[in-house]
Design a binder for this molecule. Sequence first.
Ligand code: UD1
Ligand code: MG
Length: 482
Amino acid sequence: MTDSRLAVVVLAAGQGTRMKSQTPKVLHGLAGIPLIGHVLATARALDPAHLVTVVRHERDRVAATVLECDGACTIVDQDEVPGTGRAAEAALDALPNDFEGDVLVVSGDVPLLDADTLTRLIAEHRTQGASATVLSAVLDDATGYGRVVRDAAGALDRIVEQKDATEAERALTEVNSGTYVFSVPALRESLALVSTDNAQQEKYLTDVIGLMRSAGRPVAALPVREGWLVAGVNDRVQLSDAALRLNAMIVRGWQLAGVTISDPASVWIDRTVTLDEDVEVLPGTQLKGATSIARGAVVGPDTTLTDCEVGRDARVSRTDGTLAVIGERASVGPFAYLRPGTVIGDDGKVGTFVETKNSTLGRGAKVPHLSYVGDTTVGEGTNIGAGTITANYDGVNKHRTEVGAHARTGSHNVFVAPVRIGDGAYTGAGTVVRKDVPAGALAVNVAPQRNVDRWVAVNRPGTAAADAAAAARESVDDPDTA
Ligand code: UD1
Ligand code: MG
């Protein structure tokens, strides 16, 4: 049920300088979705009456991604005054004037925080009747974070940013997670008093804590149960740390849901993937995007699937696939490359060193070895010979190849598209198929073989080949030594 007294504000206007990237920080990917996508999903799970994201740096790109992740989120622009305090001010301006509930402020760069922790934070804030409740964390390495400063009695006094902290303050290990619940009227009043008189010349949201405390308002800091929950992503080291942590949780979640994963450390599964019970994921496998794998399928080792659908009991080994559909009991790899638009029928096969693109293989159709199959339809039960290439591109346009059902094409063929090979047709080894082959016909167009007798003896005298040929001839000429 919607919490009518709750607004959530996601801060995402900062530049993210420490990422050293053309991509805004909050758009960097983590387990298949942007950092901010994780934050928005968690925020939405709280069912707030208002959800607002503050943007400024690369405004259009960030806003577009926010709306892709959560179409109902309100986008608010921060002006040229920098700092998290200014961002919060802009967000408050976007809330209805008569909204006097609580606002949960979260950072777009803190992706691992879960809804349970936030629900507890909000509940604690409300129970205590606080003006501000800060989610803090005690970390072994507090570098970069704002420090929580408590008074002699242990009560929250203020937050000091690392860049403004004294040596003694830097030694404190309790940090500000950048996540807070505020009573909206108290936050409005306090933000109006925040200056930019600090090391970064920014309007810090963290300054409201000291101001509220001085004004006699109740403030508190609540340490999170595990520090990694509030890990901020400011650079690429922190990004990979967060990815590792999140992946471990995702893999464990699937194991508990009935998926066999013998080597969790080498398997990467995006948050957007779905797996059935009794799927097995072998080492070195990455499952990305909207990939789904049905019961009994075995995927890996060393396989990367992006936006693929794998049918029941299929087997996919050492394969790279994108936007491919793999039928039930189908077999793929080892060493297959499935490009977008590949559809492999039930009981079908795409074997070793085979590349496919924009092609549909019917039920039981097989491309077992060393082939390129592009822009092609293959009928059910057909076997494509080893080393077959569809010549689908004439340098300007792409053309289709159609092979009927139960055809048997020879090894080392070229199908020069557009071309059709009929149902039940055969082609000889080495055929270059330039004309349609009628159903049931055999197509052959390789020139008859001519043997030039003694060519090696005449043209390559004295070589090992010539000696071997001479020895072979002697044994044929002289049956005694044969
Ligand atoms: C902030 C906190 C710090 C805390 C840390 C936790 C302040 C002043 N400091 O520092 O106490 O320990 O988070 O991760 O708040 N943003 C805006 N507008 C701005 C600047 C930033 O919306 O003008 C957004 C950023 O996009 C980001 C979030 O606010 O999502 C935090 O900004 P960031 O620059 O990462 O602050 P930290 O230095 O990490
Ligand atoms: Mg940060």
